[in-house]
Design a protein around this ligand. Structure first.
Ligand SMILES: Nc1ncnc2c1ncn2[C@@H]1O[C@H](COP(=O)(O)OP(=O)(O)O)[C@@H](O)[C@H]1O
Ligand SMILES: [Mg+2]
Length: 238
């Protein structure tokens, strides 16, 4: 690190997650990493290597057994849940393999949900912002539809819009194209690539697709819950 490095968006410091049991299971093993933005970071590795577990820890959806996750310079392990929830809501956006949109709500209202939870905008402002996000993701005219009236690719783009609702600097995605056909997958990938290149976002995406990982800026490979390789950090090539 040099004095000119920007402040890291997120850091894992010797993060370990053990599931207790008669035979304890180590999901994540002494993982340390620093991500500064904007960057498109792949987390790769075999099935069961701890990719999702690590992403949940980075996303403050799970707590490390030992170690620390630092978001925007703030250590999070000693925070109470409301404080962690506030960081999730304002700083992090989540996209999962399956969209997890609320089935009874329209696309527009699904995108507005994180805005309502943060309660920083008026109802009219939320609606305008949600419409703008859907437009920017190629979903003009689809805002009134429920998830079951949309294609898989469209649903996943709504999920990306929802992740962007509160304009977080960091998007965490777990196999975001994993359930899509190749055309829809390419569309979603291009959207995430553009978020980094044009909007200055940082995206950390779990993928087992090595062709996609090759088109990201950095690849962190997990084996048995530990970092086996970490290549192509943007800071190294900038
Ligand atoms: N809640 C859990 N209970 C038991 N085992 C789990 C649990 N969560 C994850 N695991 C196990 O931990 C390992 C890592 O899981 P995961 O992080 O989902 O891997 P990946 O996303 O790389 O496929 C796997 O062997 C998985 O079966
Ligand atoms: Mg997984």
């Amino acid at each position: 690190m040099t004095a000119t490095d920007p402040r890291p968006l997120i850091e894992a410091k010797a993060v370990t997650r053990v599931l207790p049991g008669v035979v304890p299971t180590v999901l994540v093993r002494e993982v340390s990493l620093t991500v500064t933005g904007p960057s498109f970071v792949a987390i790769t590795g075999p099935s069961g290597s701890g990719k999702s577990s690590l992403l949940y820890l980075l996303g403050l959806l799970d707590l490390p057994t030992t170690g620390e996750v630092v978001v925007g310079g703030r250590a999070t392990s000693a925070m109470d849940e409301p404080e962690r929830a506030m960081i999730r809501l304002s700083t992090l956006g989540f996209v999962f393999q399956f969209h997890f949109l609320l089935p009874e709500f329209s696309a527009l209202h699904n995108v507005m949900l994180p805005m309502r939870a943060l309660a920083a905008l008026s109802d009219g402002e939320m609606r305008v912002r949600a419409e703008g996000l859907l437009d920017s993701l190629g979903l003009s005219g689809h805002g009134h539809k429920r998830p079951d009236q949309l294609s898989g690719g469209q649903r996943q783009r709504v999920a990306v819009a929802r992740a962007l609702a509160n304009d977080p600097p960091l998007i965490l995605a777990d196999e975001p194209t994993g359930s899509l056909d190749s055309k829809a997958s390419e569309q979603v990938f291009t959207i995430l690539r553009d978020l980094v290149d044009r909007r200055g976002k940082t995206v950390i995406a779990v993928t087992h697709d090595l062709d996609l990982a090759a088109r990201m800026d950095r690849r962190i490979q997990l084996v048995d819950g530990a970092v086996a390789a970490d290549t192509g950090a943007r800071t190294a090539v900038a």
